[in-house]
Ligand binder design. Structure first.
Ligand SMILES: NC(=O)c1ccc[n+]([C@@H]2O[C@H](COP(=O)([O-])OP(=O)(O)OC[C@H]3O[C@@H](n4cnc5c(N)ncnc54)[C@H](OP(=O)(O)O)[C@@H]3O)[C@@H](O)[C@H]2O)c1
Length: 270
């Protein structure tokens, strides 16, 4: 199973393309000749990336969208159709984490995060997959995390959100067998992007709590995800250390693991 071939009226829609892993996924797809629709809120960053990737003649469009806004999400398929484009590749990468105990959380921020990390993933799959299946052609890449493999006190909603993305995408993989459409879930370990800062981690805390061998570059993680789509792999965990960590997270009894994770998490320090 390989990625659908690029074409002038075909596109890859990448959410969260304004920075980090999403920008690298967009660059990787562009290198492979795929036209792009870049989605996020930061218009200036998306425009700069569109200029960079479109300089060789590739068609790169920008749709500035707040994925926490239900109406804005629902408008996306119509906006793509108005451009005369068909989405053959859907990359649900946009996401962020809140930090700290739920008992001290901001309810608005928690709900907004779940809208972006969970609801937008399910909504865009639900809106774009019917066309892909009807055309017998398509690939979906959803970005989860190694946080998906065990509960994560200190980032409880984030861990649960990524567990949703992992389970949902594995189910999609089962449903889509034989349709010509594939579903892949990318589960990165730590990557030095704007993610940690946005969540409120001090860089030294993040680096100290996760050993150096787990950290990979955004470009390497993006390449692993796009290669995974190209190979029809369902679950992609970049890096041997992260694959071992995911297995430990899955197999260790959670009643033993969760207290240890709670003790070491920087977001739970007073
Ligand atoms: N970095 C890590 O250590 C790590 C590890 C595992 C998994 N991940 C996952 O990888 C994905 C990409 O993260 P990253 O590390 O590349 O972080 P990043 O550099 O902070 O990128 C996050 C992207 O999500 C977009 N986004 C956030 N809120 C949005 C909203 N309301 N509407 C539309 N777009 C929104 C941001 O764009 P705007 O701000 O312009 O809207 C940005 O493009 C996320 O799903 C994250 O959970 C990251």
């Amino acid at each position: 199973m390989s990625l659908p071939p690029p074409g002038p009226d075909r596109t890859a829609l990448v959410t969260g393309a304004s920075s980090g892993i999403g920008a690298c996924i967009a660059r990787d797809l562009a290198r492979r000749g795929h036209g792009l629709v870049l989605v996020a809120r930061s218009a200036d960053r998306l425009d700069a990336l569109a200029r960079e990737l479109g300089s060789g003649g590739l068609r790169v469009e920008v749709l500035v969208t707040d994925l926490s806004d239900r109406r804005a999400r629902a408008d996306l398929p119509g906006s793509v159709a108005d451009l005369g484009l068909t989405v053959d590749i859907l990359v649900n990468n946009a996401g962020y984490s809140t930090l700290g105990p739920v008992a001290r959380s901001d309810p608005e921020d928690e709900m907004s995060m779940i809208e972006v990390d969970v609801t937008a993933v399910a909504e865009l799959c639900s809106r774009f997959l019917p066309g892909m299946v009807a055309r017998h052609r398509g690939a979906v890449l959803n970005v989860a995390s190694t946080a998906a493999f065990q509960p994560l006190p200190g980032q409880a909603s984030y861990g649960a959100a990524k567990a949703f993305v992992l389970s949902y995408t594995e189910s999609l993989g089962g449903e889509l067998r034989g349709t010509g459409v594939t579903a892949t879930v990318l589960c990165p370990g730590p990557v030095d992007t704007g993610f940690g800062e946005r969540a409120g981690f001090a860089k030294e805390d993040a680096m100290a709590s996760l050993p150096a061998f787990l950290w990979l570059s955004a470009a390497d993680v993006a390449r692993a995800g796009v290669d995974g789509m190209d190979n029809g792999t369902v679950v992609v965990i970049p890096g041997a250390g992260n694959r071992v960590g995911a297995m430990v997270g899955r197999l260790t009894p959670h009643r033993l693991l969760v207290p240890m994770l709670a003790k070491g998490h920087p977001g739970l320090r007073d």
